[in-house]
Design a protein around this ligand. Structure first.
Ligand code: KG4
Ligand code: ZN
Length: 334
């Protein structure tokens, strides 16, 4: 059987990314142009700026992906692109590019869900074993997803308010840390001590849903009160205490779900999966079980196009195709 090469395109937020993946498992090239520097001074992603950067970068990133792969268009079997969810103006650049290329090069077009991409980043490390449980923790999502076969997703839990990454970013902002705050909290937490007992939102018994807004408010109140009393804030301890609360709930719910659904594999995906504390705690929790845990390397946790190509490969092999009416959908369901 001939090898399958899928070109992936991702522009849902603030990374312009193009990658080529072989047989859904092997990265041939993976180019990411980050815009973080342009958004930093605004303390978050500015949608209009993101769109403009994507327009400027996309053809350059595309050329670089081909150059690094030492392949040309004849080698490409299909084009996979993130169709949602994300910022609509940002998504549109990727979708329009993919459609133009699919038309011009006469290649099949495949729309990919961004979260399916994050999940399939793990298949670049090891083959999936079903049933599989995925913990998705990013700036926009916090979900537990059960998969019994390729390309099918059952959401068993989700956040009722803020996403985990959003909580990290908001707390970081309160501590005057640069955007995106997650990595900075992670760094401070490593040297801080868990001196403050912030709440853990377990919700109803047996629920796999999450909630981080109460925790976020508790941290913000703590910071406000300390400022009012002119106490010196120990940022490291606040970071460590906040992070410990997030990690405990994420780890415990993932473990409970893995047991209940008797999964054969647990995977972690999304930007917050880069968190060292979370990775350590999950590894510890699953180390004395028979359930293997996959955590992608940092560059595959955050947004990239290799994960979109990997997810697109499964769709391609399952015969799923999009047509040229494909549109960006900022609220696409998984
Ligand atoms: O998956 P991602 O790159 O973009 C989305 O699809 O949202 O995730 C970005 C999020 C941001 O909230 C960022 O602060 C967070 O992931 N993040 C982290 C770490 N690295 C990135 N959060 C905690 N610890 C980290 N080391
Ligand atoms: Zn993402």
């Amino acid at each position: 059987k001939k090898d399958c090469f899928i070109l992936g395109i991702e522009t849902s937020c603030d990374e312009t990314a193009v990658a080529i993946v072989k047989n859904g498992r092997e990265i041939i090239s993976n180019v990411v142009a980050s815009q973080i520097e342009s958004h930093k001074r605004f303390g978050g992603v500015v949608p209009e700026i993101a769109s403009r950067h994507h327009v400027e970068q996309i053809t350059l990133v595309l050329e670089e992906a081909f150059e690094k792969a030492q392949l040309d268009w004849d080698d490409i079997d299909a084009i996979a692109v993130t169709e949602g969810p994300g910022l609509v103006g940002a998504l549109l650049i990727g979708v329009s590019t993919a459609k133009a290329l699919a038309f011009a090069k006469q290649k099949p077009l495949i729309g990919v869900h961004h979260i399916a991409g994050h999940i399939y980043a793990n298949r670049l490390l090891a083959e999936f074993q079903f049933p599989l449980l995925a913990l998705i923790v990013s700036g926009g999502h916090t979900e537990l997803v059960l998969m019994k076969e390729h390309g099918r997703y059952e959401r068993i839990g989700q956040t009722r308010d803020d996403a985990a990454g959003e909580a990290f970013d908001k707390v970081a902002r309160m501590l005057n840390l640069p955007y995106p705050g997650g990595p900075h909290i992670d760094r401070l937490a490593a040297v801080g001590e868990e001196t403050i007992d912030f709440p853990r939102a377990w919700l109803e018994k047996g629920s796999y849903d999450f909630s981080f807004s109460g925790l976020k408010s508790a941290v913000i109140n703590k910071i406000h009160n300390a400022k009012q009393r002119q106490e010196t804030l120990n940022k490291e301890d606040i970071a460590a205490s906040f992070q410990a609360s997030v990690i405990e709930v994420l780890t415990e719910k993932t473990y409970q779900a893995a047991e209940e659904f008797k999964v054969k594999q647990v995977i972690v995906a999304g930007g917050v999966a880069a968190n060292k504390g979370l990775r350590m705690e999950l590894e510890k929790r699953f180390s004395n079980t028979s359930i293997p845990l996959l955590t992608p390397p940092l560059e595959l946790c955050t947004d990239n196009a290799a994960m979109i190509a990997a997810a697109g490969t499964i769709s391609y092999q399952q015969g799923k195709r999009s047509d040229l009416a494909l549109n960006a959908n900022p609220a696409l369901p998984l």
